[in-house]
Design a binder for this molecule. Sequence first.
Ligand SMILES: [Zn+2]
Length: 322
Amino acid sequence: MSVSRRSILAGGLAAPLVARGLATVGAGVGALASRTPARAAEAAHRLTLGDSEVTILTDGGLLLPASTLASNVDEGKRSAFLTSHGHDAEIRASALNVALIRKGDALVLVDTGAGLNFFQDAGLLTDSFDAAGLDRDSVTHVVLTHGHPDHVWGVIDDFDESERFPNAKYLMGAAEWDFWMNPDFLADNPEELHSFALGAQRNLGAVAEKVERVGADHAVVSGVTMISTPGHTPGHMSVLIEDGGEQLLITGDALTHPSVSFERPDWQPTTDQLPELAVKTRRTLLDRAATDGLLLVGYHLPWPGVGRAVAKDGAWRYVAEG
Ligand SMILES: [Zn+2]
């Protein structure tokens, strides 16, 4: 399905999903949208932290209406802020940066991308693995930050429902798993979440026997820890790498925009399911990141999504690195 920018602005085909803010359009989002392996190879970004090697791979990109950035701010104020920070006032371009951590014998993937059923410009992760010379069979752990489509719909292959990472065990926050896998989900939750839940149940259900439901501060392997960052979803978790005297935090969707999330952390994106808790988590996380000098990797921050938070005027500023 190809949906034009025009139709999304007019509330066309994508309107039901726009309600929760996770809609996109078929139009390209530059190099990230390319399905060619050559482009994906260029987009593999590597960094090291002590003995840990982190590779960022693209799963493509999403385009969302800018209105998804703040449900509690009027349009004029939002547009002025975005324009003054060099962003489009109507369309929010969102990257899909998937982190792969190599630590000793472990190869830990954080989220699986969107697969091919979500939107046209997403689902490039398997191409990116191939282009970077990486083998999906060698992934030992898959950490799922949360159950939204762009993070878990890549668990299984959309054609034959085979596992894309067949030798991996899975880890997900227990609260997050329980929320999406609730057998009474459709009765218990609003309709705009139903398609998300059906996709989550299809993908997560396929690997259910390999999933470990974990609590806060769970060590995936030595030096790689899942920490609780709820609000975007009920059981959202981030991944902290500590190695060589440095810390790197893979934030999942606790931070989603390079200007709004950092400089206006109280703005409530429509994609946050528990908006007030998300604000609280965001502020705590940014304070820690700035105070401790954490390197951040944001799933939706501009490619490759690597940067730091610097305190500024009672909020923060995003400084991209790499
Ligand atoms: Zn996301």
